[in-house]
Design a protein around this ligand. Structure first.
Ligand SMILES: Nc1ncnc2c1ncn2[C@@H]1O[C@H](COP(=O)(O)OP(=O)(O)OP(=O)(O)O)[C@@H](O)[C@H]1O
Length: 309
């Protein structure tokens, strides 16, 4: 179980993370989503003891990372796959880490095989690895200590579609055996297929969190009319918030029925009216994050909870 509670982290005057709260239960994969600069890495670095919170807390099983005895046996971390020692071979990197963690040497071969780096790749220097191979090595390192928790920052970076598919299977299996996974990404599509839960951050603030189903239910209604301005006025008059969706449609923050009634009352004929679901998660993510300005700015779009209300 990972718990992030009212976490705030400043760098000088820069508010990187502001009052962020969410949790990741055991047996689930949580996708931590947000555009570049949203505060994902800072949150994960704080969770892994690499940055101190300015206020609030980030804990694993109720304890700070630094308080865990032999933390690599509890938490597998992959924060920057590019930062590995370029002069060592993949096999050497894992063998050294196995010694530090106190895990049997046999586990090195098992992990190399698991991530597809057995054979020639294990004997190559990391400096000659592609980014995808480094991600695989990073995952092998994270898994070496047989941890209960995995914390991964943009693990799909550099992986080809087959590699992404493989990684999803690996993370799904890990969670299905009771593990806790928290992985960040700036691409919804990358995590949507594997995550049970999502936490969305923009401009340092959490803008939505919950199970995928909860967020889908909050995704609202796609509505389209030939007279778009009249439709916008109808929604505004009914107190229904909306945002631009694809192809000139609007994404309204309410159920289809009240949206349809608002349009009918204003005499606006509709071309389309449907629950957003499916593509709605993408639209919700876009609407929640596209306004993500500085952390000190108030969110300009509804949170998932507000959208549902
Ligand atoms: N060490 C630091 N010193 C000063 N500012 C920092 C530092 N680390 C992060 N920031 C700032 O904090 C904000 C959040 O950065 P962070 O790296 O956490 O975002 P992110 O969501 O991980 O983005 P990305 O996907 O681009 O890495 C950014 O404005 C960034 O410039």
């Amino acid at each position: 179980m990972i718990e992030i509670e009212h976490l705030t982290r400043r760098y000088g005057t820069q508010l990187a993370v502001s009052d962020v709260t969410f949790s990741c239960p055991a047996g689930t994969v949580t996708g931590f989503l947000g555009p570049n600069g949203a505060g994902k890495s800072t949150t994960l670095r704080t969770l892994c003891g690499l940055a101190a919170p300015t206020s609030g807390s980030a804990t694993i099983g109720g304890r700070q990372y630094r308080e865990l005895p032999n933390p690599g046996r509890h938490v597998g971390v992959l924060l920057d796959a590019g930062a590995q020692h370029a002069g060592r071979t993949g096999g050497e990197v894992l063998t050294l880490t196995a010694k530090v963690l106190g895990v049997p040497r046999t586990r090195v071969g098992e992990m190399l095989q698991l991530v597809g780096l057995d054979g020639g790749a294990a004997g190559k220097r990391v400096g000659k690895y592609s980014l995808g191979m480094r991600q695989r090595l990073g995952l092998a390192t994270a898994l070496l200590g047989d941890p209960e928790v995995l914390v991964l920052d943009e693990p799909a970076n550099g992986l080809d579609p087959e590699g992404i598919y493989w990684m999803r299977g690996l993370l799904r299996g890990f969670a299905d055996r009771g593990g806790t996974v928290l992985l960040s990404s700036h691409l919804l599509r990358e995590v949507e297929a594997v995550a049970d839960r999502l936490a969305v951050i923009a401009g340092g603030r959490l803008v939505a969190s919950g199970s995928k189903e909860e967020l889908l239910a909050a995704a609202g209604t796609v509505v389209r009319a030939r007279e778009r301005v009249a439709l916008e006025q109808a929604l505004a008059a009914a107190g229904i918030r909306y945002d631009a969706a694809e192809d000139g449609a609007l994404l309204a923050g309410d159920e289809p029925e009240p949206v349809g009634i608002a349009a009918a009352r204003a005499g606006v004929p509709l071309l389309e009216l449907r629950p957003a679901s499916g593509a709605g998660l993408e639209e919700l993510f876009r609407s929640l994050t596209h306004a993500g300005g500085p952390a000190d700015a108030a969110p300009t779009t509804p949170t998932a909870q507000e959208a549902r209300a």
